[in-house]
Design a protein around this ligand. Structure first.
Ligand SMILES: NC(=O)c1ccc[n+]([C@@H]2O[C@H](COP(=O)([O-])OP(=O)(O)OC[C@H]3O[C@@H](n4cnc5c(N)ncnc54)[C@H](O)[C@@H]3O)[C@@H](O)[C@H]2O)c1
Length: 504
């Protein structure tokens, strides 16, 4: 029987100990604070009790838990997972002490979410026996375990962490050490680009959140998520990314975060962050249902190739519109990733804002739009206009998309508008991470869907949208902003040049 040690009996430690005992391991739980140990052990027993009631595990799991008040008691352990407070010196001291207490072969794992595992391994007598085991909160419920390979980690130590994770019923992914490892790194653009959009006033925080939920199928938008996690916590993470990467422009913290922290608006826990929280926890209205499809039939010129244009053509046909290849039309929709060479005149023009903003396209009367395939999962289309766009064109665009069954949201002008920009940056970050050997394409998608509850991983997004669309948005932002944060990852550029998927 594997003997597992868990150090720190707080939120994470208690959850990990519950998993260990449930998986049939003798589980020694240690915390230097007597009340914390008692409370933690109680939480483990309660959690195990629920699983026993449901018939998921046997009664004997309870007796596998042994709370221990001294670190010395961990000497028989084969694996020790530390879930002590997130302080580098404290964790380094612990690894030094555990090296003295336990046998030479013990594997020491850290549940840190931000401290480089390589720097903690250096404090152990046998750095090759140190790995990261990054569980997600709450450990008993979240299906993912991210195992982190420090620069010193041996294959045996990584295998041990993987097999214990699998025995606990987790889907295990492996990441190289580095800022945010694989999951938090690849998830960063969700908040980071959301903040940038707010800073540029492309949309309000309520709109950005709504667009992510209804347009992209995310459970929560970036601002409600930042409020939930704590804006101060997110700001610290952002600063640590910048510091560990020596100033990578994609990971620069945003001044909005600093101002929110300075104002004491830390999110849900202070009753106010980006949103204001009522006593019952409510902070926004429920999302509306999209309109039922069905419209007056139009003679429609729908231009462009690719998944989005194809999807829109199919919807337009189903809604009863008459598609005309290039001839006279009552409405022209250019859904190509890049502007069509020639556009029939004489009708309101609606154009996809992917490779550039509406302003940069230079059609003074047009309406811009953006949405991402797969269209079956998208319930909202973003629209934008110029000061010169006339009302009838705006109304024509709104009623066209409503007729296809979409809600609409007016935002300011930018390449990719809101969702296109966030998702393109998610794909770009995944391409950087894969190219830099942080993890595999499969693990990126597993990590973001199971660890962060994204509706699909960045690789699956890139396949649904097409790499061409993603790169068009990024290059559009690069051309119009000249900021390094929008440079395309070498791996992404290469995939496009070779006509291959990011996962190949
Ligand atoms: N909470 C999360 O969402 C989450 C997610 C992933 C990783 N983590 C990481 O897990 C670790 C623990 O986080 P948490 O949320 O469970 O914290 P927590 O504050 O709930 O628990 C920490 C526990 O460590 C104990 N402790 C204090 N000093 C100690 C020492 N010297 N040795 C051993 N234990 C000591 C405390 O008494 C407390 O019970 C941190 O490294 C954190 O970054 C947390």
């Amino acid at each position: 029987m594997t003997v597992l040690g868990v150090v720190g009996a707080g939120t994470m430690g208690a959850g990990i100990a519950q998993l260990g005992a449930a998986a049939g391991m003798r589980t020694l739980l240690h915390d230097p604070v007597p009340e914390a140990l008692e409370q933690g052990a109680e939480n483990v027993r309660r959690g195990l009790g629920k699983w026993i009631e449901k018939g998921r595990i046997g009664q004997e799991a309870i007796s596998l838990l042994e709370p221990v008040s001294g670190l010395d008691a961990l000497s028989p352990c084969e694996l020790v997972i530390e879930a002590a407070p997130e302080r580098p010196e404290l964790k380094r001291d612990l690894f030094g002490a555990l090296s003295m207490v336990c046998g030479d072969d013990v594997v020491l794992a850290t549940n840190t979410s931000s401290i480089p595992v390589t720097s903690l391994a250096g404090a152990a007598a046998r750095p090759e026996n140190v790995v990261g085991m990054h569980f997600f909160n709450p450990p008993p419920l979240m299906p993912l375990l991210e195992v982190i390979r420090a620069d010193q980690s041996s294959d045996d130590a990584v295998e041990m962490a993987k097999s214990v994770g699998a025995a606990m019923g987790k889907e295990v992914i492996v990441a190289a050490d580095g800022p945010g490892f694989l999951v938090n790194r690849c998830g960063r653009p969700f908040n980071g680009e959301g903040l940038r959009l707010l800073q540029e006033r492309v949309a309000t925080h309520e709109q950005i959140d709504r667009i992510c939920r209804l347009g992209g199928g995310f459970r929560m938008g970036p601002f409600e998520l930042m409020d939930l996690v704590g804006i101060d916590v997110g700001f610290e993470v952002a600063k640590s990314f910048e510091e560990l990467s020596f100033g990578e422009p994609r990971w620069r913290p945003n001044p909005i975060q600093a101002r929110m922290v300075a104002a004491g608006r830390l999110g849900r826990k202070t009753g106010r962050g980006y949103y204001e929280y009522a006593d019952d926890g409510s902070y926004r209205p429920d999302d509306p249902d999209p309109p039922a499809p069905g419209a007056d039939s139009l003679a429609l010129a729908l231009l462009g190739d690719g998944p989005l244009a194809d999807g829109l053509r199919e919807r337009a046909r189903a809604a009863g519109h008459e598609l005309r290849e290039g001839g006279p039309a009552e409405l022209v929709v250019d859904a190509g990733v890049r502007p069509a060479q020639s556009v029939p005149g004489g009708a309101p023009l609606v154009v996809l804002c992917a490779s550039g903003s509406l302003a940069a396209r230079g059609e003074s009367g047009a309406v811009g739009f953006h949405l991402l395939p797969p269209l079956d999962d998208a319930r909202l289309v973003e629209l934008t206009r110029l000061p010169t766009t006339q009302r009838f064109a705006c109304e024509a665009a709104e009623s066209f998309f409503a007729g296809l069954g979409f809600l609409t949201e007016w935002v300011e002008d930018a390449p990719g508008l809101v969702l296109g920009r966030i998702v393109s940056q998610l794909v770009n970050e995944a391409a950087f991470a894969i190219g830099e050997g942080v993890g595999s394409a499969d693990d990126v998608d597993t990590g973001l869907t199971l660890g962060l509850s994204h509706p699909r991983g960045p690789i699956a997004w890139s396949e649904a949208i097409g790499l061409d669309h993603v790169v068009a948005v990024l290059d559009g932002l690069w051309n119009e902003r000249h900021e390094e944060r929008y440079r395309v990852a070498p791996r992404l550029r290469r995939s496009v040049a070779l006509g291959r998927a990011l996962s190949e």
